[in-house]
Design a protein around this ligand. Sequence first.
Ligand code: GDP
Ligand code: MN
Length: 378
Amino acid sequence: MKLHEYQSKQLFAQRGIPILKGKVASTAAEARDIAVELGGRAVIKAQVLVGGRGKAGGVKVAKDAQQAEEYAAQILAMNIKGLPVRKVLVDQAAEIKTEIYLGITNDRAAKCPVVIASMAGGVEIEQVAKESPEKVIREHVNPFLRLRDYQVRNVAAGIGLPHEHWKAFGEIAAALYQTYWDTDATLAEINPLVINGANQLLALDGKIVLDDNALFEHPDLAEMRDLDEEAAAETEARKYGLSYVKLDGEIGCMVNGAGLAMATMDIISHFGGTPANFLDVGGGASSEKVAAALRIILSDKNVKAVLFNIFGGITRCDEVARGILKALDEVPTGVPMVVRLVGTNEAEGRKLLAEAKMITATSLADAAQKAVAAAKNK
Ligand code: GDP
Ligand code: MN
């Protein structure tokens, strides 16, 4: 789960990272009032859960409250990478001398956190990392020892940070690590961490990505979820405990088990089709859960055929069949459906589905070929 910039910076500030004053607005008039409070000059920043807002024109420095209102109106009317802007952050504007990148993330290969830093921070950091990797410094952290002072000094020296900033940088790095640790984040990032006109270090931008698997331990953070920013299908899937990822293809897939779901998607591609989603209904899925899953699949207008691949073990095929019938009852559809049901209570499941007009298949290869053909004929 991603947090907005304003949320991330609040979590940073609570742990001592210096940020500038600001507030969130959802109308241009509100933005104007906030700019007045801040003394006129302000930066207006789109609050959408994607990177590259600056390059897309979603970050603008206004010279006074009047201009803050104009910029806020422009930015609130924008779509950034497909996401409508619903809120802007109105912050005090900073005078920037240097933009530093400082982030902490999980290095899965090294199985530990890694601090990443560069003096060439700002909106071009991806480019810098690609073209001048020597400008990006990495320091792995032993999670039991946590981030040590000498490591922060390594980083500061490695990026060539002037010595006068080392103390402030050390405090910020420690607080960033604390934020990353406390929130069970997979990423805690400040880009840019600036040196301003008064020679102070300030976090101008903030990004935190939380580990969904640890969210149950952080009800306060879970509450920060912005439902407006999430596709309705994803909200629905989470409610029913379904693992669902929307993709761009045409064949909706309902499968029990993540590995089987991956195999199903692979075999669809093998026979020339494209999967519309990854969907794992999990073990022992109830008919309610199956019905919700089918509703979610059918809500995707790209779906031209649905493939059910159920391997009954703990999951009972008759229960899955009931779920399918229930969903079809609620949302009648002309989309062709191919079913492959094997395992526990397979015969009962087949019998239940006999009346529904479904294409049955005996093997996974057979099912995938039939689904691909059905999608092409649609
Ligand atoms: P991002 O593009 O989504 O990462 O958004 P950022 O918050 O990082 O802003 C993008 C860029 O806008 C920064 O790298 C800065 O160069 C610039 N910027 C952001 N805030 C300010 C500010 O207060 N003053 C000035 N002069 N520039 C700013
Ligand atoms: Mn940024």
